[in-house]
Design a protein around this ligand. Structure first.
Ligand SMILES: N[C@@H](CCC(=O)N[C@@H](CS)C(=O)NCC(=O)O)C(=O)O
Length: 201
């Protein structure tokens, strides 16, 4: 299998953490990808018409995207422990919440990098941060109990979202007023799978 990859992408990191946690790192060859909303040439586009990464190519079927599909596929290959049936809808909603944080945080970066300066909107950037902030409050409150206990895709997704906030939006100080979440992340970030996939390493 080949994984279209960029170390800075929190969505790619989710997949990499799942590969580490399920013992499948050696089953995948990493292919560097250079994607941006205005990019039309990267090879990832030949596998994903949306032009986004991660993309996972397989020998026995069509390429898979996006990160939610790839993570579930990889986990299913190893027995499905990251998606326990008893809590499946809650975990998938938690994963969607974390992915939403990543979506908004990535769009904030694109606003500064991909859009010409005179067309950038401060109000739009702040509205994206509003989504991040509300979602963080929900994870720190409503969802915090789901971050405890056995490893799940919900935990991995939240950790990758928080890692991205540290990487790209450290000045926003997401930990402020969210002590429970900050304490949980300090612990989770020590896992070898998280250390091996740090975007700033
Ligand atoms: N929902 C997708 C989102 C993936 C995504 O937005 N990836 C970014 C990199 S972090 C990307 O490929 N951006 C290129 C673009 O938007 O054209 C997933 O979970 O895989």
């Amino acid at each position: 299998m080949q994984l279209y990859h960029a170390a800075a992408s929190p969505f790619v990191r989710k997949v990499m953490v799942v590969l580490h946690e399920t013992g499948q790192v050696d089953d995948v060859t990493v292919v560097p990808a250079h994607v941006m909303p205005l990019e039309t040439k990267d090879a990832a586009l030949s596998h994903n018409p949306l032009g986004k990464i991660p993309v996972l190519t397989r020998n026995d079927g069509p390429a898979l995207y996006d990160s939610r599909v790839i993570c579930r596929y990889l986990d299913a290959r190893k027995g499905g422990a990251l998606y326990p049936e008893a809590r499946i809808w809650e975990l998938l909603t938690l994963e969607a919440t974390a992915d939403g944080i990543m979506d908004a945080a990535v769009l904030m970066v694109y606003e500064g990098r991909a859009r010409p300066e005179d067309k950038r909107s401060e109000a739009w950037v702040e509205a994206q941060w509003g989504k991040v902030s509300r979602a963080l409050d929900a994870v720190d409150g409503l969802w915090i109990s789901h971050l405890r206990g056995r490893l799940s895709i919900g935990q991995i997704a939240v950790a990758c979202a928080l890692g991205y906030l540290d990487f790209r939006h450290a000045d926003r100080n997401w930990r402020s007023g969210r002590e429970a979440l900050a304490a949980w992340y300090a612990d989770f970030a020590e896992r070898p799978s998280m250390q091996a996939t740090r975007p700033d390493a």
